[in-house]
Design a protein around this ligand. Sequence first.
Ligand SMILES: CC(C)(COP(=O)(O)OP(=O)(O)OC[C@H]1O[C@@H](n2cnc3c(N)ncnc32)[C@H](O)[C@@H]1OP(=O)(O)O)[C@@H](O)C(=O)NCCC(=O)NCCS
Length: 479
Amino acid sequence: MAEAAKSPSKEDRDEDEEAEDEEEDENENENEEGAQTGEKKKKQKKKPAKTEGTAGYPSTANGEEEKEDPDQQQHLLQMLRKRGPCEESRRQTAREHLFWDTQPVPSMGSEYGQDSGPLDELRTVDDVRAEPYPLPDKFEWCTCNVDDDKEIDEIYTLLTENYVEDDDSMFRFDYSIHFLRWALKPPEFLRSWHLGVRVQGGGKLVGFITGIPAKIRVFEKSIQMAEINFLCVHKRLRSKRLAPVLIKEITRRVNRENVWQAVYTAGVVLPRPISECRYWHRSLNPKKLIEVGFSHLGARMTMARTIKLYKVPDMPQLPGMREMKKEDVPRVHGLVLNYLRKFTLHPEFTPEEVEHWMLPRPGVVYCYVRENEKGEVTDVCSFYSLPSSILGHAKHNTLKAAYSYWNVASTVPLQDLMYDALILAKQQDFDVFNALDIMENESFLKELKFGIGDGYLQYYLYNWKCPRIEPRGIGLVLL
Ligand SMILES: CC(C)(COP(=O)(O)OP(=O)(O)OC[C@H]1O[C@@H](n2cnc3c(N)ncnc32)[C@H](O)[C@@H]1OP(=O)(O)O)[C@@H](O)C(=O)NCCC(=O)NCCS
């Protein structure tokens, strides 16, 4: 899902200051191993933008914007003044949820029980309304065809201009067209789950939400679910309760396919997370990260020392590392399927899904295997490319971020495999390598000099109650 950076919290600042002290000492000993990052890391995660448009609906069929009049500007200022700091509101858990409190999700205050199961009464497809939910006047539903160059361009533009930003509006996710097609067309995808809202008469695309099918295991149950992603409302249409209509309509379309559960992630706290995870960031190009304000120079650190601290070798260190090939799919499928069983929440991939999600696609997803002397594939690591636009920077436009994906180390420590993943990401010119604290990632994050981000990624299930899951029990990465 999403990404952006924001100021480190006080707590994180303190943690980082301590890390800097450690780092300083270690640097002086000419020993970089085990040092934590010395920079104040900005996090990358899903969360709503700080600047929300409130000034009104598009006035023409093409969705051209109205000029703001002084009254509207006054209203906007009042709205902004009323708001508290973003982080505070994002994490606020006690507020009323006019929409979510009507949905089959556990309420914020309820206890996490030990039992699992659906929250809604069981229904059949025939019980699901056949017509789409009504939209406000001037808008209409559309099913997006991502194979159509014009339509994917419109989706790209909507997301690039309006999708997730950090609280300080310094960075905004910039999912590429190739990435969006990959993310939205796995085996068995449904066109009707690529849902858009347009200005009436086939006008401008102003809203979007998607689902893709996935078999997800949670505790003892394997459930056919929808993975929901890319919820976006144009900035000028925010706070008008369009998001609940998008969510209700995608739910209806999912239910019409006899699917009754969904999984999704967000930076915001909603009723009610099954797990709260954190992003960690590993600088690969610290000079640029500092220049763009993603991180900053640690106290008593020089740029030269920082660059040295994060330098990685030019070539992978493990013998036998190479790109994954199509012939590797059955073996990689076996490795990944078997490994993911360890985790309380995980996808149950078919071989076709492993081929789709893991076979390398330049600029989208990178996957490497380790082949031993006998020609057997024993380990695999992967990451995907999700750049962010750098907003209003004179020198840099794009932050190139790699995100840790599916990694299985069966013959080497996971840390060694991930060290090679960092090296391979650096070879591909990424500026930063991001990883969540999920799966067994804690075993390498500090050792490989990742710095903790300052925010959270919440995992949610729709229409399913279950006990809370610790990050180390999460075996699912959503894009
Ligand atoms: C997220 C977004 C679509 C919400 O739209 P909005 O205009 O701000 O909010 P609306 O008035 O339409 O709807 C508000 C409702 O949506 C809910 N909502 C907000 N963000 C949400 C999210 N990410 N997932 C699910 N529900 C969300 C709110 O909690 C609220 O419901 P509640 O009253 O029950 O709490 C919009 O802010 C946006 O496009 N942001 C940038 C992209 C983004 O953050 N996408 C989500 C990625 S996880």
